[in-house]
Design a protein around this ligand. Structure first.
Ligand code: AMP
Length: 502
C-alpha cells in the first residue's frame, strides 16, 4: 500500500514525499480513508504508531476547501498536554507547508492576548489543551459552533489527568453534526462510555494491542536499596556504565523527585534537563528542545510531562521510580525502541516496588530480567572531585543488597544502618537533601538555562560520556580479560581521572 492509494490530495502527497515517508503505517492506512469519507473514527493506537499523521494528513486534504471565519475555528484538536499540542502543530507546519492554513495553539503558559488576536484572524485548525480552551470560550472570545471536525487525542491520558468532564463540556459546545476522531491507547470503561456518548457509528481502527512493549527494547531491572540517595547513586552508576548510551529519559513518579534527581545529576556533572508539570511553558519547551537537539543528552521527567512525546532515537529509558500504574511502564519504555530501532529500558527496583513490578510483568506478559549484583550501590563521593580519592581495592561483594549492606558497614558507612543519618551528613560532600530541595520553579529555570557556566564545565570533566558532547571513550581499558569481570563491578576496572582543579 502506498500513500497515493489513500485519497489524499496532491499537495498533501507532495508534503509526505518531502518528509521521505514511503509507506503509510498501519494506523494511517486504516484510518485515512475513513476520515476522508467523513466518518467518525475510534482509533486504538499508541504514540509511535504514526497516529498523528493519521489525522493530520486527511485533515489537511479536507481543509483545502473552505475558509475560516473570525473566532470560529473549522477544526479542533484536543490534546492532554502542552507538549503534545505543540507537537501536533509541528505536524501541521510540516505537512501543510504548501497550504495557507491558519493553525493556532491554545495552551496554558502563553499570553491570552496573542492567542486572542490569532483567533480573531480566523483559524482553520485549533489545537488546544482542554482547560485553556474553556477559558477562551468562557471569556467569549471563541465560538465552537463552526467546528466541522473534532479530534480527541490521547483520551486515556485525558482520563488519567482528570480532563474528562472538560471534554464532555467541550463536546457539547461543538455542533452535533461534526465529525469526531477519537484516539486512545487503552479502553477503560470510562473511555468506552465517552465513545458511546460522543461518537456516531464510529469506524474502529486498532493497530496494536494496548500494553505491549516493543520487541526491540531490552528491558532489565536492577535491585536497589529503598533510600532515595542509594537510588540516585545507583542511577549515576548505571548512566556511567550503560552500553551505547546516546541519550536517556529518566522517569520519576513525582514532580518533586524529578527536581531532586535533576539537581543531583547536575551536581555530579551530568548534562541534564528536567520536564515536569510545575515548570512554565518556555522552560518545558526549552528543555525538550535541548534534549531533542542532543544539547542535553539526559532528561529527567514525570509521566504527565513526557507522555506521548515524539522524541526520535532515545537510546535508553531509566525508571528511577517504578511506576505505580503498569500502563505507565509501557508508555515510558515506549519512548525508546521506536520505529523498529533498538533501545534499552532499565528499572531501579527497591524492595517496596516488588508488587508494582509483578503487576507490570503480568501486564506485558513477560519477565523482566534482573541485573543482580552487577550494579550494587557502594560508597561514592557526592562531589565529583572526591571520586579519585576513593579507595579502589576494597572488597566489593557481588551478592546484591544483603552483602552490599555488609560492605557498607565494614567501611563504617552508616547510611545503611536503620538509624543512619542522611548520606549528606555522613559525608562532607553534598548530596541534595529534602530540606534543601530545589523549588520546582527554580528547576524550571535551570532546565531552560544553557549550561555553559564554568561550574558546569568543571563538573562535567570527569563524566565519561553524557557529561560531555564528545563520543565515549572505550570502556574498561583496564580490563585485561574482557568478559571476566564477575568478581568486580565494571566501574572499578576503569581508570579514574581527577577533574581539573579538584
Ligand atoms: P506518532 O505516533 O504520531 O507520534 O508518530 C511517531 C513517529 O513516526 C513520528 O516521528 C513520525 O514523524 C513518524 N512517522 C509518521 N508516519 C510515518 C510513516 N508513514 N513512515 C515513517 N515514519 C512515520
Amino acid at each position: 500500500m502506498s500513500f497515493s492509494n489513500l485519497g489524499l490530495s496532491e499537495k498533501v502527497l507532495a508534503a509526505v514525499a518531502a518528509t521521505g515517508y514511503t509507506n503509510p503505517t498501519p494506523i494511517q492506512e486504516q484510518a485515512i480513508p475513513h476520515v476522508l469519507a467523513r466518518k467518525d473514527v475510534l482509533g486504538i493506537a499508541q504514540t509511535g504508531t504514526g497516529k498523528t499523521a493519521a489525522f493530520v494528513l486527511p485533515m489537511l486534504t479536507i481543509l483545502e476547501k473552505g475558509r475560516a471565519r473570525a473566532r470560529m475555528p473549522r477544526t479542533l484538536i484536543l490534546e492532554p498536554t502542552r507538549e503534545l499540542a505543540a507537537q501536533v502543530k509541528e505536524n501541521f507546519d510540516r505537512y501543510g507547508a504548501g497550504q495557507k492554513l491558519n493553525v493556532a495553539l491554545l495552551i496554558g503558559g502563553v499570553s491570552f492576548g496573542d492567542q486572542d488576536a490569532k483567533l480573531m484572524r480566523g483559524v482553520d485548525v485549533l489545537i488546544a489543551t482542554p482547560g485553556r480552551l474553556l477559558d477562551h470560550t468562557e471569556r467569549g472570545g471563541l465560538l465552537l459552533t463552526g467546528v466541522e471536525l473534532l479530534v480527541i487525542d490521547e483520551a486515556d491520558r485525558m482520563l488519567d489527568m482528570g480532563f474528562i468532564p472538560d471534554i464532555e463540556r467541550i463536546c457539547k459546545l461543538v455542533p452535533f453534526t461534526r465529525q469526531t476522531l477519537f484516539f486512545t491507547a487503552t479502553m477503560p470503561p470510562e473511555i468506552r462510555r465517552i465513545t458511546e456518548a460522543f461518537l456516531h457509528n464510529p469506524q474502529k481502527v486498532e493497530v496494536s494491542k494496548p500494553a505491549t512493549t516493543a520487541v526491540t527494547v531490552t528491558q532489565s531491572q536492577v535491585p536497589a536499596g529503598r533510600e532515595a540517595h542509594e537510588k540516585r547513586e545507583l542511577l549515576r552508576r548505571l548512566l556511567r556504565e550503560a552500553k551505547d548510551l546516546k541519550n536517556a529519559i529518566i522517569f520519576c513518579n513525582r514532580k518533586r523527585e524529578v527536581a531532586i534527581v535533576h539537581k543531583s545529576l547536575q551536581k555530579h556533572g551530568f548534562s541534564v534537563g528536567a520536564l515536569h508539570g510545575d515548570m512554565d511553558q518556555p522552560a518545558r519547551m526549552a528543555a525538550l528542545d535541548q534534549f531533542r537537539k542532543g544539547e542535553l543528552p539526559l532528561l529527567v521527567a514525570s509521566d504527565v510531562a513526557a507522555r506521548g512525546l515524539d522524541i526520535p532515537e532515545v537510546s535508553h529509558v531509566f525508571n528511577f521510580d517504578v511506576p505505580h500504574h503498569p500502563d505507565d511502564y509501557v508508555h515510558r519504555i515506549g519512548r525508546t525502541g521506536r520505529a523498529g530501532r533498538t533501545g534499552t529500558a532499565i528499572s531501579i527496583v527497591t524492595p517496596l516496588d516488588q508488587k508494582s513490578m509483578a503487576a507490570i510483568e503480568k501486564l506485558i506478559g513477560q519477565n523482566i530480567p534482573r541485573a543482580e549484583g552487577e550494579f550494587e550501590v557502594h560508597s561514592e563521593s557526592a562531589e565529583p572531585g572526591e571520586r579519585s580519592r576513593e579507595p579502589r581495592g576494597r572488597e566489593r561483594s557481588r551478592g546484591g543488597r544483603a552483602k552490599s549492606r555488609r560492605g557498607h558497614e565494614q567501611r563504617g558507612d552508616s547510611r545503611h544502618a536503620s538509624d543512619a543519618r542522611p548520606a549528606a551528613e555522613a559525608r562532607p560532600a553534598r548530596e541534595p537533601k529534602p530540606s534543601r530541595e530545589p523549588k520546582p520553579a527554580r528547576e524550571a529555570r535551570h532546565a531552560a538555562e544553557p549550561r555553559h557556566g564554568s561550574r558546569q564545565q568543571a563538573n562535567t570533566s570527569h563524566v565519561p560520556s553524557i557529561g560531555r558532547p564528545e563520543p565515549r571513550r572505550p570502556q574498561r581499558e583496564a580490563d585485561s580479560e574482557p568478559g571476566d569481570h564477575s568478581h568486580l563491578p565494571a566501574f572499578l576496572l576503569r581508570p579514574v581521572r581527577s577533574p581539573a582543579g579538584a
